[in-house]
Write a protein that binds this ligand. Structure first.
Ligand SMILES: Cc1ncc(C[n+]2csc(CCOP(=O)(O)OP(=O)(O)O)c2C)c(N)n1
Ligand code: SF4
Ligand SMILES: [Mg+2]
Length: 489
């Protein structure tokens, strides 16, 4: 049957590119002559023709096509550099109805993300990978890619790629076609009209395989980056056909889709209760009723808490205990540890947010309501983020009294000294927890709540140390020692 060449904008694109910020909503952001625009058109046409807009997810990589989701009238997601096949695996495994297109450049797929790609291919994930080989890192200004040709000049190979120093161009399609799992691998080019029509056929086949759940399909597309190769349109196409196609021969390397049964995997579960159980098992008791709402005013606002100190002082577990308290009282709680190089002996910190509403970002880098610091560098680093009327609790055995404005509430406790007296510096966190319970009683809690909260503190300690039962009792003792010793300054 003769092919019909369509010139109109395919229906798989939005009429207006309203996801694109700024004033331009009719045009794509690609440079003239760029291969990405041609490939997008082929994809949009196929998505509309197959009627799969509602189930299709296009994963944009990091590269010039990072904003591909501006254009397609289907789901779009942008992911970290090279991680599209892994995110695609998650999308498929969670909901096999998804038709996932992993759109990737040669830097994204061939360099930083190669292992993600090859492992997904080897697992036979139901993915359509469209691999744009333009022999260069386009987005970052023309550095050498794994597919840059021998002798090709780039900004990082100004004398031309040397195979001695930099190796040979990577033949991704050949490599992936040797694996057992992939069902379809083809290399096409976006140069002449004839080649574009062949590329169109290949892309449609790969997408159709994905619709039919046949497993892993990949089309490598030789494409132009006229800007970084400093070529005009005609020269660009000649470069693709004469230079690139010599290293990357066009054609089908593997096509076994017809002989394969659709991929069937155990479906993911969508039971939020079971997910909560698995992620946050309440080890001590069931907690309070789901409709429990503590009436104290402190809980009307989101509480943003920063805990910081030396690695050995149990800073991260202190944050975890506070988050656990929130969890035990039906708050939405987030706990975000910072695993920087400081974890090797220096300072460590974590952010905790407790809220009646859904927590957006788990980061506390400003607007902190409660700052707990256990060493001087943390005091210096984080005191500036404590907001007006915020509470500061600090370890007065290691930190000099801070100079703070009158609009801050300050409590001091000799946490490290008390912990050492009780036998281990690591109890300092429970001493601080005791100080926190006094802050809560002084500033926020009334009547029955006070009793409720002492129990909650104890339960949080039991929950967090449930796999080290021998230390629970001493942590509870440390908690009450902190309660006794804390002073409001
Ligand atoms: C983790 C990480 N490392 C490096 C970068 C910088 N970076 C952005 S795009 C890119 C390469 C893009 O090249 P390619 O995948 O070939 O896409 P093209 O722009 O050529 O389509 C790099 C290295 C980044 N954004 N993130
Ligand atoms: S820099 Fe190259 S790959 Fe990026 S949009 Fe321009 S032509 Fe396309
Ligand atoms: Mg590239």
């Amino acid at each position: 049957m003769a092919e019909i060449v369509k010139h109109a904008r395919p229906k798989g694109f939005f009429e207006n590119f309203d996801r694109r910020p700024g004033a331009i909503h009719k045009n794509m952001h690609y440079c003239p002559g760029c291969g990405h625009g041609i490939l997008h058109k082929i994809m949009a046409e196929a998505i509309a023709d197959f009627g799969i807009q509602d189930d299709t997810v296009i994963i944009s990589p990091v590269g010039c096509s990072v904003f591909a989701y501006y254009y397609f009238d289907c789901f779009g997601i942008s992911v970290p550099h090279g991680r599209a096949p892994s995110v695609g695996t998650g999308l498929n495994r969670a909901n096999p109805k998804n038709i996932v297109i992993s759109y990737q450049g040669d830097g994204d797929l061939g360099a930083i993300g190669f292992n993600n790609f090859i492992q997904a291919a080897n697992r036979g994930e139901n993915l359509c990978v469209l691999f744009v080989n333009n022999a260069i890192y386009g987005m970052t200004g023309g550095q050498m890619a794994p597919t840059t040709l021998p002798g090709q000049k780039t900004v990082t190979s100004p004398g031309g790629r040397s195979v001695m120093n930099d190796g040979y161009p990577m033949k991704v399609a050949e490599m992936v076609s040797t694996l057992d799992a992939p069902v379809y691998v083809e290399r096409a080019a976006l140069s002449t009209t004839r080649n574009i029509m062949k590329a169109r056929k290949a892309v449609r086949k790969a997408i159709k395989n994905t619709v039919d759940k046949k497993g892993f399909s990949m089309v490598e597309v030789l494409a132009g980056c006229p800007i970084n190769l400093k070529l005009n349109g005609k020269e660009m196409n000649e470069f693709i056909d004469t230079q690139m196609a010599r290293f990357f021969p066009l054609g089908c390397l593997k096509d076994e889709a017809d002989q394969r049964d659709p991929v069937k995997r155990t479906e993911g579960e969508h039971d939020p209760e079971r997910v909560r159980e698995a992620l946050y098992p309440v080890k001590v008791q069931k907690g309070v009723d789901d409709d429990f709402r503590n009436p104290s005013k402190i809980f009307e606002k989101e509480r943003k808490i920063k805990v910081a100190g030396f690695g050995g002082q149990g800073v991260l577990s202190l944050g975890n205990m506070i988050a656990t308290m929130g969890k035990l009282r039906n708050f939405n709680a987030s706990w975000l540890p910072s695993y920087g190089p400081e974890m090797r002996g220096g300072t460590a910190n974590c952010s905790v947010i407790l809220s009646r509403k859904t927590v957006g970002s788990p980061i506390v880098d400003k607007d902190c309501n409660l700052l707990i610091v256990l060493n001087q560098p943390s005091m210096d680093a984080f005191l500036p983020i404590l907001k007006k009327n915020g509470v500061l609790i600090y370890d007065s055995s290691t930190i000099d009294p801070p100079k703070v404005s009158k609009d801050k509430i300050v409590y001091a406790v000799k946490a490290s000294d008390i912990a050492k007296r009780l036998g281990d510096l690591r109890y300092a966190n429970s001493v601080i927890l005791g100080a926190l319970s006094v802050v809560m009683e002084d500033c926020f809690l009334e009547g029955e709540d006070k009793k409720d909260f002492d129990r909650t503190f104890e339960e949080a300690i039991m929950d967090c140390f449930s796999n080290k039962e021998s230390v629970i009792q001493l942590n509870i003792e440390s908690f009450y020692a902190g309660k006794q010793a804390v002073q409001r300054i």
